[in-house]
Each structure stands twice: as C-alpha cells, then as structure tokens.
Design a protein around this ligand. Structure first.
Ligand SMILES: [Fe+2]
Ligand SMILES: [Fe+2]
Length: 164
C-alpha cells in the first residue's frame, strides 16, 4: 500500500466500517455504486488537498466521503426533487453517526449547489461541489451511458428478433 493511500485510508476507516455506510455498496449511482462514487470523489479531493498542502485535509476528506450518505428508500419526490433534497438526508445520517464541524456540515449540505440553492460558505465546500461535478460527469459518460445504451439496444435487438 503506498504512503498516500495509507494516509487516505487512516482518515476514513471508521466511516467505511460503519454498517449503515456499507449499505452504499449496494446502492446504484451513476451506473456504478454510491460507495464507488464516494470513494472516487473523495480520493481525488484528497489528491487536490495534498497538492495545495491543505492543513484541514482530514476534515475535508471525511466530509467528502459523507456527501452522498443516504439510501434511496430515505428519499421522497421525483428525480429532480431528490437532486436538491438528498444533501440534507446525507447530513442527517452523517451527524447521526459521526462528529462534524461547521465546515464539514456545509460541504455536505451545499454540494448540490445550484440545484438546492444552498450556497457553499467555505472554499473547501466550493472545492467539493466542483470535484463532485467533475467526477459525476466522468462516471455518467464512462459507466451510466454505456449501461443505458446496452439496455436500449438489448431491448431493440430482442424486439427485432421476435418480430422476424
Ligand atoms: Fe450528491
Ligand atoms: Fe456525489
């Protein structure tokens, strides 16, 4: 295990061992799982923080990992409403299981700005909302889109072969 990965892991090990958090390994998100999305976003955020020698790197990393800490059954409303509401559900879960400071709470609740109009108050919150958008775009193109195409063409070919 390289040095960076060891440090990264030491920041989050209690979160990844949390039983509720482990449920995210089965939650679909961007064509992969929510757990994978959180780990990817958090690791790249960690790398950016390292690059800028940020002093509060541990706090930023932990909040990033918790920014989508929810299961689908906890959300109500349609897709668009869920886009705006899930940060507050994630925040409620995060504060239930872990100690968070004001900056960490802000990172979680504002990460979907501008969808929910909660404007990030800290530069760390701006960093995480940006990283989340970059990583989400990558995941949608790399995983979700091929999955959708596979399903669509699968149905199409099945329909065509039945109609022959
Ligand atoms: Fe989110
Ligand atoms: Fe996210």
């Amino acid at each position: 295990m390289n040095k960076d990965y060891k440090e990264f892991n030491s920041f989050i090990v209690d979160i990844t061992n949390n039983e509720k958090f482990k449920e995210l390994r089965k939650q679909p998100h961007h064509g992969i799982t929510r757990y994978e999305h959180l780990m990817r976003t958090t690791f790249y955020t960690y790398k950016v923080c390292k690059f800028f020698h940020k002093k509060n790197i541990r706090d930023v990393v932990r909040a990033t990992l918790l920014h989508d800490f929810y299961t689908d059954d906890e959300l109500t409303g349609n897709g668009a409403q869920r886009l705006g509401s899930h940060p507050l559900v994630a925040l409620a879960n995060a504060t239930k299981y872990f100690e968070l400071n004001d900056m960490q709470k802000d990172i979680i609740k504002s990460h979907m700005f501008p969808c929910n109009l909660i404007v990030p108050k800290y530069k760390e919150s701006w960093l995480v909302t940006t990283m989340d958008k970059v990583v989400s775009t990558y995941e949608m193109l790399r995983f979700k889109l091929p999955l959708k195409c596979k399903t669509y063409f699968g149905h199409l070919f099945k329909k065509l072969s039945v109609e022959e």
